[in-house]
Design a protein around this ligand. Sequence first.
Ligand code: GTP
Length: 283
Amino acid sequence: MTIQWFPGHMAKARREVTEKLKLVDIIFELVDARIPYSSRNPMIDEIIQHKPRLVLLNKADMADREVTKEWMNFFAEKGIKSLAINSQAGEGMKTITTASQEILKDKFDRLKAKGVKPRAIRAMIVGIPNVGKSTLINRLAKKNIAKTGNTPGVTKSQQWIKVGKEMELLDTPGILWPKFEDQEVGMKLAITGAIKDTLLNLHDLTIYSLKYLERFYPERLKDRYKLTELPEDAVALFDHIGRLRGCLMGGGMVDYDKVAELVIREFRSEKFGPISLEKPSDF
Ligand SMILES: Nc1nc2c(ncn2[C@@H]2O[C@H](COP(=O)(O)OP(=O)(O)OP(=O)(O)O)[C@@H](O)[C@H]2O)c(=O)[nH]1
Protein backbone atom coordinates (compact mmCIF):
# COMPACT_ATOMS: atom_id res chain seq x y z
CA MET A 1 0.00 0.00 0.00
CA THR A 2 1.36 3.40 -0.89
CA ILE A 3 -0.07 6.36 0.90
CA GLN A 4 -0.03 9.93 -0.36
CA TRP A 5 0.87 11.96 2.69
CA PHE A 6 -0.85 15.27 3.21
CA PRO A 7 -0.63 17.41 6.37
CA GLY A 8 -4.05 16.15 7.48
CA HIS A 9 -2.98 12.51 7.14
CA MET A 10 0.21 13.17 9.02
CA ALA A 11 -1.65 14.83 11.89
CA LYS A 12 -4.11 11.92 12.03
CA ALA A 13 -1.34 9.32 11.97
CA ARG A 14 0.46 11.11 14.75
CA ARG A 15 -2.73 11.35 16.82
CA GLU A 16 -3.42 7.64 16.42
CA VAL A 17 0.06 6.64 17.50
CA THR A 18 0.00 9.06 20.44
CA GLU A 19 -3.35 7.62 21.55
CA LYS A 20 -2.15 4.02 21.44
CA LEU A 21 1.13 4.89 23.19
CA LYS A 22 -0.79 5.03 26.46
CA LEU A 23 -1.69 1.36 26.15
CA VAL A 24 1.79 -0.07 25.73
CA ASP A 25 5.02 -0.51 27.68
CA ILE A 26 7.30 -0.47 24.66
CA ILE A 27 7.40 0.65 21.03
CA PHE A 28 8.92 -1.48 18.29
CA GLU A 29 10.21 1.00 15.77
CA LEU A 30 10.46 -0.90 12.53
CA VAL A 31 12.95 0.41 9.97
CA ASP A 32 14.37 -0.95 6.73
CA ALA A 33 17.83 -2.39 7.44
CA ARG A 34 19.01 -1.15 4.02
CA ILE A 35 18.16 2.47 4.93
CA PRO A 36 17.87 2.77 8.72
CA TYR A 37 18.17 6.55 8.60
CA SER A 38 15.97 7.29 5.60
CA SER A 39 13.22 4.88 6.63
CA ARG A 40 12.69 6.45 10.05
CA ASN A 41 9.87 8.85 10.61
CA PRO A 42 11.41 12.33 11.01
CA MET A 43 9.43 13.11 14.17
CA ILE A 44 9.63 9.74 15.86
CA ASP A 45 11.51 10.95 18.94
CA GLU A 46 9.02 13.74 19.48
CA ILE A 47 6.05 11.43 18.96
CA ILE A 48 7.06 8.60 21.24
CA GLN A 49 8.75 10.83 23.81
CA HIS A 50 10.33 8.80 26.60
CA LYS A 51 8.47 5.56 25.94
CA PRO A 52 10.96 2.67 25.93
CA ARG A 53 11.71 1.50 22.42
CA LEU A 54 13.39 -1.25 20.49
CA VAL A 55 14.55 -0.50 16.95
CA LEU A 56 14.00 -3.44 14.62
CA LEU A 57 16.15 -3.44 11.49
CA ASN A 58 13.81 -5.42 9.29
CA LYS A 59 14.60 -6.96 5.89
CA ALA A 60 18.11 -7.59 7.23
CA ASP A 61 18.32 -10.41 4.68
CA MET A 62 18.41 -7.77 1.92
CA ALA A 63 21.00 -5.56 3.62
CA ASP A 64 24.77 -5.80 3.85
CA ARG A 65 25.47 -7.72 7.05
CA GLU A 66 28.57 -5.70 7.96
CA VAL A 67 26.78 -2.40 7.48
CA THR A 68 23.86 -3.62 9.60
CA LYS A 69 26.35 -4.27 12.42
CA GLU A 70 27.58 -0.69 12.06
CA TRP A 71 23.98 0.53 12.40
CA MET A 72 23.43 -1.55 15.52
CA ASN A 73 26.52 0.06 17.06
CA PHE A 74 25.28 3.47 15.98
CA PHE A 75 21.96 2.96 17.79
CA ALA A 76 23.73 1.46 20.83
CA GLU A 77 25.86 4.62 21.10
CA LYS A 78 22.63 6.60 21.31
CA GLY A 79 21.45 4.30 24.10
CA ILE A 80 18.90 2.58 21.84
CA LYS A 81 18.83 -1.19 21.62
CA SER A 82 18.37 -2.55 18.09
CA LEU A 83 18.02 -5.97 16.50
CA ALA A 84 18.45 -7.22 12.95
CA ILE A 85 15.46 -9.30 11.86
CA ASN A 86 13.89 -10.90 8.80
CA SER A 87 10.14 -10.90 9.32
CA GLN A 88 9.45 -12.69 6.09
CA ALA A 89 11.45 -15.75 7.11
CA GLY A 90 10.69 -15.32 10.81
CA GLU A 91 14.33 -14.84 11.79
CA GLY A 92 15.08 -13.03 15.03
CA MET A 93 11.55 -13.31 16.42
CA LYS A 94 12.58 -14.78 19.80
CA THR A 95 15.15 -12.06 20.33
CA ILE A 96 12.38 -9.45 20.27
CA THR A 97 10.77 -10.77 23.45
CA THR A 98 14.11 -11.25 25.19
CA ALA A 99 15.32 -7.75 24.32
CA SER A 100 11.99 -6.24 25.44
CA GLN A 101 12.25 -8.01 28.79
CA GLU A 102 15.75 -6.62 29.24
CA ILE A 103 14.69 -3.08 28.37
CA LEU A 104 11.71 -3.21 30.72
CA LYS A 105 13.35 -5.15 33.54
CA ASP A 106 13.62 -2.19 35.93
CA LYS A 107 10.03 -1.09 35.34
CA PHE A 108 8.65 -4.58 35.90
CA ASP A 109 10.88 -5.15 38.93
CA ARG A 110 9.53 -1.94 40.44
CA LEU A 111 5.95 -3.03 39.80
CA LYS A 112 6.67 -6.39 41.39
CA ALA A 113 8.17 -4.72 44.45
CA LYS A 114 4.94 -2.76 44.79
CA GLY A 115 3.02 -6.01 44.79
CA VAL A 116 1.54 -5.63 41.28
CA LYS A 117 0.68 -8.99 39.75
CA PRO A 118 3.09 -9.92 36.92
CA ARG A 119 1.62 -9.41 33.47
CA ALA A 120 2.70 -9.70 29.85
CA ILE A 121 4.65 -6.88 28.23
CA ARG A 122 2.43 -4.75 26.00
CA ALA A 123 3.92 -3.58 22.73
CA MET A 124 3.05 -1.92 19.46
CA ILE A 125 4.77 -1.66 16.12
CA VAL A 126 5.29 1.64 14.35
CA GLY A 127 6.91 2.36 11.02
CA ILE A 128 6.61 3.95 7.60
CA PRO A 129 4.65 2.20 4.81
CA ASN A 130 5.98 -1.02 3.33
CA VAL A 131 8.64 -1.55 5.99
CA GLY A 132 7.12 -4.92 6.94
CA LYS A 133 4.76 -4.12 9.80
CA SER A 134 2.00 -6.56 8.78
CA THR A 135 4.50 -9.28 7.97
CA LEU A 136 6.04 -8.95 11.42
CA ILE A 137 2.67 -8.93 13.18
CA ASN A 138 1.64 -12.09 11.33
CA ARG A 139 4.92 -13.76 12.18
CA LEU A 140 4.70 -12.92 15.85
CA ALA A 141 1.01 -13.80 15.98
CA LYS A 142 1.38 -17.30 14.53
CA LYS A 143 -1.96 -18.75 15.47
CA ASN A 144 -2.25 -16.81 18.66
CA ILE A 145 -4.44 -13.92 17.64
CA ALA A 146 -6.23 -13.36 20.90
CA LYS A 147 -9.95 -12.86 20.60
CA THR A 148 -10.04 -11.06 23.89
CA GLY A 149 -12.51 -8.43 22.83
CA ASN A 150 -11.97 -4.77 22.33
CA THR A 151 -9.72 -2.55 24.33
CA PRO A 152 -11.62 0.41 25.74
CA GLY A 153 -10.78 3.72 24.22
CA VAL A 154 -9.30 2.34 21.03
CA THR A 155 -10.70 1.61 17.58
CA LYS A 156 -13.36 -1.07 17.82
CA SER A 157 -11.37 -3.69 15.97
CA GLN A 158 -8.28 -3.19 18.13
CA GLN A 159 -7.13 -6.44 19.65
CA TRP A 160 -4.17 -7.81 21.50
CA ILE A 161 -2.17 -10.56 19.93
CA LYS A 162 -0.49 -12.97 22.31
CA VAL A 163 3.18 -13.56 21.60
CA GLY A 164 4.02 -16.46 23.87
CA LYS A 165 3.16 -15.91 27.52
CA GLU A 166 5.46 -12.96 27.89
CA MET A 167 4.16 -10.45 25.40
CA GLU A 168 1.01 -8.92 23.89
CA LEU A 169 1.05 -6.88 20.73
CA LEU A 170 -1.53 -4.44 19.37
CA ASP A 171 -2.83 -5.97 16.16
CA THR A 172 -2.81 -2.69 14.22
CA PRO A 173 0.54 -1.00 13.72
CA GLY A 174 1.13 2.73 13.81
CA ILE A 175 1.77 3.91 10.27
CA LEU A 176 3.93 7.02 10.15
CA TRP A 177 5.09 9.12 7.23
CA PRO A 178 8.58 8.88 5.80
CA LYS A 179 11.14 11.66 5.50
CA PHE A 180 10.68 13.99 2.55
CA GLU A 181 13.69 16.11 3.30
CA ASP A 182 15.86 15.71 0.25
CA GLN A 183 16.12 14.04 -3.09
CA GLU A 184 18.60 11.42 -1.96
CA VAL A 185 16.32 10.22 0.82
CA GLY A 186 13.51 10.14 -1.78
CA MET A 187 15.63 7.99 -4.11
CA LYS A 188 16.36 5.49 -1.38
CA LEU A 189 12.72 5.33 -0.32
CA ALA A 190 11.63 4.75 -3.91
CA ILE A 191 14.26 2.08 -4.55
CA THR A 192 13.23 0.18 -1.44
CA GLY A 193 9.52 0.58 -2.20
CA ALA A 194 8.45 2.91 0.61
CA ILE A 195 7.20 5.53 -1.83
CA LYS A 196 5.88 5.22 -5.38
CA ASP A 197 8.57 5.51 -8.03
CA THR A 198 6.19 7.49 -10.20
CA LEU A 199 6.94 10.36 -7.86
CA LEU A 200 10.47 10.34 -9.17
CA ASN A 201 12.04 10.07 -12.57
CA LEU A 202 12.84 6.43 -13.31
CA HIS A 203 16.04 7.38 -15.13
CA ASP A 204 17.28 9.36 -12.13
CA LEU A 205 16.48 6.39 -9.92
CA THR A 206 18.40 4.04 -12.20
CA ILE A 207 21.42 6.32 -12.47
CA TYR A 208 21.43 6.68 -8.70
CA SER A 209 21.33 2.87 -8.25
CA LEU A 210 24.05 2.27 -10.84
CA LYS A 211 26.30 4.97 -9.37
CA TYR A 212 25.81 3.49 -5.93
CA LEU A 213 26.75 0.03 -7.17
CA GLU A 214 29.73 1.46 -9.03
CA ARG A 215 30.99 3.13 -5.89
CA PHE A 216 30.35 0.51 -3.24
CA TYR A 217 29.83 -2.79 -5.05
CA PRO A 218 31.75 -2.45 -8.36
CA GLU A 219 32.52 -6.15 -8.68
CA ARG A 220 28.87 -7.11 -8.42
CA LEU A 221 27.98 -4.59 -11.12
CA LYS A 222 30.73 -5.89 -13.41
CA ASP A 223 29.71 -9.50 -12.84
CA ARG A 224 26.05 -8.91 -13.49
CA TYR A 225 26.52 -7.01 -16.74
CA LYS A 226 29.66 -8.76 -17.98
CA LEU A 227 31.85 -5.69 -17.83
CA THR A 228 35.65 -5.79 -17.78
CA GLU A 229 35.88 -2.07 -17.11
CA LEU A 230 33.28 0.33 -15.76
CA PRO A 231 32.19 2.74 -18.52
CA GLU A 232 33.03 6.42 -18.19
CA ASP A 233 29.48 7.72 -18.05
CA ALA A 234 25.90 6.66 -17.47
CA VAL A 235 24.95 6.75 -21.17
CA ALA A 236 27.73 4.30 -22.06
CA LEU A 237 26.61 2.03 -19.24
CA PHE A 238 22.96 2.21 -20.35
CA ASP A 239 24.06 1.41 -23.92
CA HIS A 240 26.07 -1.58 -22.78
CA ILE A 241 23.28 -3.01 -20.62
CA GLY A 242 20.69 -2.34 -23.35
CA ARG A 243 22.66 -4.25 -25.97
CA LEU A 244 23.57 -7.06 -23.59
CA ARG A 245 19.97 -7.57 -22.53
CA GLY A 246 18.26 -6.77 -25.82
CA CYS A 247 16.49 -3.63 -24.58
CA LEU A 248 16.26 -2.22 -28.10
CA MET A 249 13.87 -0.20 -30.19
CA GLY A 250 13.20 -0.64 -33.90
CA GLY A 251 16.37 0.14 -35.82
CA GLY A 252 18.56 -1.31 -33.07
CA MET A 253 18.69 1.80 -30.89
CA VAL A 254 18.90 1.17 -27.18
CA ASP A 255 15.58 1.71 -25.39
CA TYR A 256 16.65 3.65 -22.29
CA ASP A 257 13.25 3.30 -20.62
CA LYS A 258 13.50 -0.47 -20.83
CA VAL A 259 17.07 -0.42 -19.49
CA ALA A 260 15.95 1.72 -16.55
CA GLU A 261 13.06 -0.61 -15.75
CA LEU A 262 15.31 -3.66 -16.01
CA VAL A 263 18.03 -2.28 -13.74
CA ILE A 264 15.56 -1.16 -11.07
CA ARG A 265 13.76 -4.49 -11.19
CA GLU A 266 17.05 -6.35 -10.79
CA PHE A 267 18.19 -4.07 -8.01
CA ARG A 268 14.95 -4.61 -6.09
CA SER A 269 14.93 -8.34 -6.58
CA GLU A 270 18.40 -8.62 -5.08
CA LYS A 271 20.15 -9.65 -8.29
CA PHE A 272 23.17 -7.71 -7.00
CA GLY A 273 23.03 -9.47 -3.63
CA PRO A 274 22.25 -7.90 -0.26
CA ILE A 275 22.92 -4.17 -0.39
CA SER A 276 22.77 -1.40 2.20
CA LEU A 277 22.06 2.02 0.77
CA GLU A 278 23.45 4.04 3.65
CA LYS A 279 25.96 3.81 6.49
CA PRO A 280 26.05 5.57 9.83
CA SER A 281 29.21 7.38 8.69
CA ASP A 282 27.18 9.10 5.93
CA PHE A 283 25.44 11.20 8.55
N1 GTP B 1 13.05 -9.83 2.10
C1 GTP B 1 12.21 -9.44 3.06
N2 GTP B 1 11.00 -8.96 2.72
C2 GTP B 1 10.18 -8.56 3.69
C3 GTP B 1 10.53 -8.64 5.06
N3 GTP B 1 9.51 -8.17 5.80
C4 GTP B 1 8.55 -7.81 4.93
N4 GTP B 1 8.94 -8.04 3.66
C5 GTP B 1 8.18 -7.75 2.42
O1 GTP B 1 7.98 -6.34 2.34
C6 GTP B 1 6.75 -6.04 1.75
C7 GTP B 1 5.95 -5.10 2.64
O2 GTP B 1 5.58 -5.79 3.82
P1 GTP B 1 4.28 -5.42 4.65
O3 GTP B 1 4.27 -6.29 5.85
O4 GTP B 1 3.09 -5.38 3.78
O5 GTP B 1 4.64 -3.92 5.07
P2 GTP B 1 3.77 -2.90 5.92
O6 GTP B 1 4.75 -2.08 6.70
O7 GTP B 1 2.72 -3.60 6.69
O8 GTP B 1 3.15 -2.03 4.75
P3 GTP B 1 1.93 -0.96 4.78
O9 GTP B 1 0.69 -1.76 4.91
O10 GTP B 1 2.11 -0.29 3.45
O11 GTP B 1 2.15 0.01 5.88
C8 GTP B 1 6.06 -7.38 1.50
O12 GTP B 1 6.28 -7.74 0.16
C9 GTP B 1 6.78 -8.33 2.44
O13 GTP B 1 6.78 -9.65 1.98
C10 GTP B 1 11.84 -9.16 5.40
O14 GTP B 1 12.27 -9.22 6.55
N5 GTP B 1 12.61 -9.54 4.35
